[in-house]
Ligand binder design. Structure first.
Ligand SMILES: [Zn+2]
Length: 423
């Protein structure tokens, strides 16, 4: 099968391309990238006026399966991913059961291969049951294909145990994805601690709940030579600390989520429970520092923290945390950063594809001849209001409902196969 992607604006920072190129694909691989290709092919896709990018990679997706199939499944997460331009997603381990054994890692990897349109990379639990009491079988999970280990929703308190786990991850050469929350500092908080939580009479979560854990993890990871990836950074001080840590230690990276880039704590005044997430939406000062961190290369990755939930009417206290994010991330980032001139298209691809591939050490994130043909084609022109009605994800929970954006994915290819098309 030979497929030609014609007249697109290719943005590939690793291949050092930012201009009009044709891409010839044979079976699952890119075979030629040139300004003009006129070979005979079986299928031609016209990408005129569109950005063509190496398929996006989401380092932080809650697929919810096994255990919470009312929220999302491999089938629906896969559909949502490719519709949002993501060809690869990393599946967080906070499922039921928790992904903490080699058997479970192998099992979900095989299931995802059969059921998901996007590639699914399993992330194993760092501790058994994600309880932070006892290390999990990291070596067995690595053998079965875990690409990283996470402490999702439960940062470790026991630094001796964390040190042992970091040493084991360093030996395996796999990164730790850290959640960064001191539960005692968060307390019963439901939003950022500050003037809005005070005026609304709600318990707040201070920035220190995130920053103090991040600091301890970074110090220990450096000492152990363990690769550390900070998930969903949300405060100005988190960015400053990452900047400082990077001067000492190159194996530390950080991510930010679209909601922390485009929303602040004020959102909860209007949206209430629909704006609840951990870490909470912070202040305007934090938001601007996160954007600066991305621009300056301190923050390496934009990830979704896709957290689908079933619909329901909740108070802020009862509401589940997090947003359905796979289908909104790319138009939000394009509209809020690239179109505003805050980030170049090439930087966007770095943060959403090539840097994740480098951190995960997977052969994705670029479109040179010989590379796997995971490709996202994005038309930046259409303008519309985000509506959950058309979501492929079972999770319709987003604070971005009605938000005006530009750009839509028109075609997504995974291993040379068209898995999504929107004309
Ligand atoms: Zn998460």
């Amino acid at each position: 099968m030979r497929l030609l992607l014609k007249n697109g604006h290719l943005v590939d920072p690793i291949g050092k391309k930012d201009g009009l190129y044709d891409i010839l694909i044979e079976d699952d691989k890119v075979v030629k990238v040139q300004t003009r290709i006129s070979d005979r092919v079986d299928k031609l896709i016209d990408a005129s006026d569109c950005l063509v990018m190496p398929g996006l990679i989401d380092m932080h997706t809650h697929v919810r399966e096994p255990g919470y199939t009312e929220k999302e499944t491999f089938v629906t997460a896969g559909r949502a991913a490719v519709k949002g331009g993501f060809t690869t997603i990393c599946a967080a381990p906070d499922t039921k059961p928790v992904i903490d054994t080699s058997f479970l890692v192998g099992d979900i990897r095989r299931q995802a291969e059969n059921e998901s349109l996007a590639n699914v990379l399993p992330v194993g639990a760092l501790s058994t049951g994600l309880k932070g009491k006892q290390g999990a079988d990291l070596e067995g999970m690595a053998r079965e294909g875990a690409v990283a280990f996470s402490d999702e929703t439960h940062s470790l308190v026991d630094m001796y145990l964390l040190r042992q786990l970091f040493l084991r991850c360093a030996r395996l050469g796999l990164p730790v994805f850290s959640w960064n929350e001191d539960r005692r500092l968060s307390g019963k908080g439901v939003m950022n601690a500050g003037k809005f939580s005070k005026s609304m009479g709600l318990a707040g979560i201070p920035g220190s709940a995130e920053e103090t854990v991040q600091a301890r993890y970074m110090l220990l990871a450096e000492e152990c030579g363990c690769q550390l990836h900070l998930q969903h950074m949300s405060t100005r001080k988190s960015v400053l600390m990452l900047w400082l840590a990077k001067k000492q230690f190159e194996a530390v990276t950080g991510e930010v989520c679209p909601h922390h880039l485009f929303l602040t704590e004020e959102c909860l005044m209007e949206k209430g429970a629909a704006g609840k997430v951990y870490p909470p939406l912070r202040t305007e000062e934090d938001r601007l520092a996160l954007i600066d961190g991305l621009r300056d290369g301190i923050i390496d990755v934009i990830a979704t923290d896709h957290s689908p939930h079933e619909a329901g009417k909740w108070t802020l206290e009862e509401a589940p945390s997090g947003f359905s994010g796979l289908e909104t991330a790319l138009p939000l980032v394009y509209t809020g950063l690239v179109k505003q001139g805050l980030l170049s298209a090439s930087q966007m691809v770095e943060k959403m594809s090539s840097n994740p591939a480098r951190i995960l050490k997977i052969n994705r994130g670029s479109l040179n001849p010989g590379d796997i043909a995971d490709i996202t084609v994005f038309d930046p022109r259409p303008e519309y209001d985000i509506s959950t009605e058309g979501f492929a994800s079972l999770g319709k929970n987003t604070p971005f409902e009605g938000y005006h954006v530009s750009g839509r994915v028109t075609t997504t290819l995974v291993s040379g196969r068209v898995v999504y098309r929107n004309n």
